[in-house]
Design a protein. Structure first.
Length: 225
């Protein structure tokens, strides 16, 4: 029977910077249709992994490097999740990889998309960090410079503890004040406002991420101070 320790050692060996585990019981507050058992009915445990991203692209004079870093990190963490899923199945359990994209839910009018599971909330429940006012998962060591992946499984694994509370300094409101379109309010981001400012299709037909200000200005960007 596979263990939490084995999965964490495997994740680390594959290049993941973070790996945490939570139980299906921690999802009682999930909205209907977005519970792990809505994806795979025998889910017992949910594994969250994360890979660090370099911050240099925040300081480039073009958003092309940031776009590439985001896409490459997503591919990297997804490959690690795939390897973990294969390993779990070799040990006799079932494993379902949960991507951040593609997803089905799309409210076109409000430009709201939802992954089949929220990887941010999975990461929070698995103890990877807290969710800041900018709505990003923020890890104690790596701050918000992380990209998330996820595997759900019918294996029963020892869960990690949630990071209690939020660790935004009381006096900090930088992300809220810095968002050029006022998309951030009360730990939530208006996807419509954000998408209209932060995603474009360039003349070449490529999707480019044109804003990362709320991530960049955060004093916890590189880890909790
Ligand atoms: S990415 Fe830009 S537009 Fe979107 S919430 Fe952050 S600062 Fe606002
Ligand atoms: S910028 Fe300040 S308020 Fe916003 S997430 Fe970071 S620490 Fe929290």
């Amino acid at each position: 029977m596979i263990t939490s320790t084995e999965i964490k050692q495997l994740a680390s060996g594959l290049g993941a910077d973070l790996c945490g585990i939570t139980s299906v019981n921690s999802f009682n507050d999930s909205p209907k249709g977005f519970h792990p058992t809505d994806v795979y009915k025998n889910t017992k445990s949910i594994i969250s992994i994360a890979c660090r991203i370099p911050e240099g692209s925040f300081f480039a004079d073009t958003q092309i490097p940031y776009t590439a870093v985001e896409d490459l990190a997503l591919a990297r963490v997804s490959q690690i999740a795939l390897s973990i899923a294969l390993h779990i199945e070799k040990q006799g359990s079932k494993a379902v990889l949960i991507p951040s994209e593609p997803y089905d839910y799309w409210d076109a009018e409000n430009k709201v998309g939802k992954g089949i599971l929220s990887l941010k909330h999975v990461g929070y429940k698995a103890g990877l960090g807290y969710i800041g006012r900018n709505s990003l998962l923020c890890n104690e060591t790596y701050g918000n410079l992380i990209k998330l992946g996820c595997v759900i499984t019918d294996a029963v694994l020892v869960p990690d503890n949630i990071v209690a509370g939020d660790m935004c300094p009381d006096s900090c409101n930088l992300c809220v004040l810095s968002c050029p379109v006022g998309a951030i309010d009360n730990f939530k981001v208006s996807q419509k406002k954000c998408r209209e400012n932060s995603e474009i299709i360039n003349k070449r037909g490529a999707e480019i991420y044109t804003c990362n200000i709320c991530r960049k200005v955060c004093p916890n960007r590189n880890g909790i101070k």
